[in-house]
Design a protein around this ligand. Structure first.
Ligand code: GAL
Length: 653
């Protein structure tokens, strides 16, 4: 028997040895399953589309990618050898730092060590015999992904037999819902403070969840406002500056809720961070009238509007090619009638936003407001626009230099113009953080300002932006917010085709928790007609949204950052704090690569000393909406990889 077995093994080995060896270049494989932290993976080119070049060596073949980059390959156990020349592409700059890894069945087979721009290519030569699944991984080198352009040049797999290796989808953890559905009885949600201009058209939809039909009533409404009892939409004009405490009641067959909402007339707009939708992260320049209207309808039909989601913002791609003879800006044929669109959005008690640039052209190449600022502000006001995103773009060619006066100039000009029209228009500055805009955005009259370059739906991008906002914390407050860019949950794609966000469910919980802790503007960037239960649940947890919308307007600060964990704390108006315990992970491949569906976890402990609190404290889990008990001195939670436990901590009553 033993002899027979040995003979069989011998024959099999002989067959294997006789099997022909084939080669497959990485650039011949399906790259759609390869992840990149920025841009698009490129065949035989760098990530920016230039010839693959490492320290002056030019390569004809290979893949240009960007950290954090991952590719899983099924070798079917037939692998023989892998080789590649790797390094940072010359198109990058001195901020680049990456590390290349080749892994097989969860073990590191080869690693490059830290590589920077200008380092000579390193040759990876890896024996693949006996390996079932291999992975190619480029880490951010332990810092961040900025300028991490990485090349797998001349990358080739040798394999035995006729079944070529195939790239496979990385294992994606399943979506799981944490938050119980909102009750059918009425609940008046957030914001509960709202600012509007004296004498300007006023519009506010009471955000109340619960079964419809619902009846609304209000006591203490300022003169000039009326409430629609069926929809909860309050509209009119208030001509007397002041603070008005309005007691609002929402009632349905299941019960009643009564809450105070404060209207501040004649002071500031955006007393809490704006919440809404923006067309860019889903539709890009393929946005049109129907898509915008569909988003507004979806806000109402999905119930999002009942949780405080208010703005429907059109991003780039709405502008006509030419102005009229009088110099007026027109919408293009995709938007036949802006005024009627605004009217329809307003009927729901929602608001309409628009986009322009201080330069002659927007980033999408459409007409900007250069030299037509006042005229454009008037045009928008006449259409009924409530929000302007003003994007630097081609103004870079107009500005003399990058000095503060030059950076501020176009934003000051548009501020004056907006002050000249009889409409409240939220003013959103977009210039990617140049000149530390967070230090002067409020000074030039911005209600919010982008602190970063564009976000995308990768962990590297979202976490890279979100977890580096500490520097901006002192500058946020009612009326003026740091904007770490729009949300990347749900179906995104920058148009016209969409895909499910590449963030895992845990990464999405982190995204919404972190943005709420940061008191960030919340602008959903997905197709609302394809909202799945998970995404809707994520966007309608009122206890989490209350953190973002807290009237004190404090942005969270980082209290701990060590070995792949972070803890952030946000002070709330009622004296309590919200704390996010994040397992961000290190860039070690054993943490970063998901080989199976087992979720990695870490215990995270936070001490009261770190949080500057003491004594007995109630701890409530905000995603589960569940009290966890009374804790003294310390709190510990088990947190999923790239996930969060978000708790509210308040002194024992
Ligand atoms: C970018 C901006 C994006 C989007 C785009 C439109 O500069 O950061 O959010 O507005 O322009 O072209």
């Amino acid at each position: 028997m033993k002899k027979l077995f040995l003979l069989l093994i011998g024959v099999m080995t002989l067959v294997a040895c006789q099997q022909e060896t084939h080669t497959l270049y990485l650039d011949q494989m399906d790259l759609s399953k390869m992840e990149t932290g920025w841009g698009k993976n490129q065949i035989n080119k760098s990530v920016e589309g230039n010839p693959l070049t490492i320290a002056g060596h030019v390569f004809d073949r290979g893949i240009g990618t960007h950290a954090v980059s991952k590719m899983m390959i099924d070798l079917h156990g037939n692998g023989k050898f892998f080789s590649a020349s790797v390094g940072v592409d010359d198109e990058s700059n001195e901020h680049a730092s990456v590390e290349f890894f080749v892994l097989g069945d969860e073990k590191i087979l080869w690693q490059s060590g830290l590589m920077k721009k200008g380092d000579d290519p390193k040759l990876a030569e890896v024996n693949l015999k006996g390996i079932k699944k291999m992975a190619l991984y480029v880490s951010d080198g332990g810092d961040n992904i900025n300028y991490d352009h990485a090349d797998w040049a001349d990358a080739v797999i040798e394999y035995f037999g006729d079944t070529p290796p195939v790239s496979v989808q990385p294992v994606k953890p399943k979506a799981y819902i944490l938050t119980p559905p909102p009750p059918e009885s009425p609940h008046i949600n957030y914001p509960r403070v709202y600012g509007a201009g004296t004498g300007k058209p006023f519009l506010f939809r009471i955000p109340a969840s619960g079964k419809r039909p619902m009846k609304f009533s209000a006591e203490g409404l300022p003169a000039g406002l009326k409430l629609d009892a069926n929809t909860g939409v309050i509209s009119g004009n208030v001509f007397r500056t002041g603070t008005y405490k309005v007691t609002v009641t929402a009632e349905n067959a299941k019960g009643k809720d009564r809450q105070e909402i404060k209207f501040f007339i004649g002071f500031k707009l955006a007393l809490t961070p704006p919440m809404g939708w923006n067309s860019w992260n889903c539709w890009g320049i393929s946005v049109d009238h129907d898509k915008v209207l569909a988003a507004a309808d979806a806000f109402v039909n999905s119930g999002l509007a009942d949780h405080g989601w208010m703005y429907i913002n059109i991003d780039d791609g709405w502008e006509a090619e030419k102005r009229t003879d009088k110099g007026e800006l027109l919408p293009n044929q995709k938007f036949p009638d802006m005024k009627s669109l605004a009217g329809k959005v307003h009927t729901h008690g929602l608001k309409l936003g628009i986009y322009s640039s201080p330069g002659p052209k927007t980033c999408g190449g459409y007409l900007g407001s250069w030299k037509h600022e006042l005229q454009d502000a008037r045009t928008w006001a006449s259409w009924g626009i409530d929000y302007l995103k003003y994007d630097w773009c081609s103004y870079g060619n107009i500005a003399k230099d990058q000095s503060l006066p030059e950076l501020q100039k176009p934003y000051k000009i548009m501020r004056k113009c907006l002050d000249n029209v009889n409409r409240d228009i939220i003013y959103s500055l977009c210039q990617y953080g140049m000149g530390d805009v967070w230090k002067w955005g409020a000074g030039v009259g911005g209600n919010l300002w982008r602190t970063t370059y564009d976000i995308n739906d990768s962990w590297a991008s979202m976490a890279g932006i979100g977890f580096s906002q500490d520097k901006c914390s002192p500058y946020a407050g009612p009326g003026h917010w740091n904007d770490p860019d729009m949300l990347v949950v749900g179906q995104v794609g920058w148009g016209p085709t969409l895909h499910q966000t590449r963030l895992t469910p845990d990464e999405q919980y982190t995204h919404i928790s972190l943005w709420s802790l940061l008191a960030a503007p919340l602008l959903i960037g997905c197709d609302l007609s394809q909202l799945d239960d998970f995404t809707l649940n994520l966007l309608t947890n009122d206890e989490v949204l209350a953190v973002d919308q807290d009237p004190l307007g404090k942005q969270a600060v980082k209290v701990k950052d060590a070995d792949g964990i972070q803890v952030w704390k946000k002070q709330l108006q009622d004296g309590s704090i919200t704390v996010g315990l994040f397992y961000t992970g290190t860039s070690a491949p054993e943490e970063a690569l998901q080989w199976n569906d087992k979720i990695k976890t870490r215990k995270i402990t936070v001490n009261w000393d770190d949080l500057h609190i003491s004594g007995k404290q109630n701890v409530r889990d905000l995603w589960r909406q569940k009290d966890l008990g009374v804790f003294e001195d310390t709190f510990e939670a088990e947190v999923n990889y790239h996930g969060v436990v978000l708790v509210k901590i308040s002194g024992e009553k």
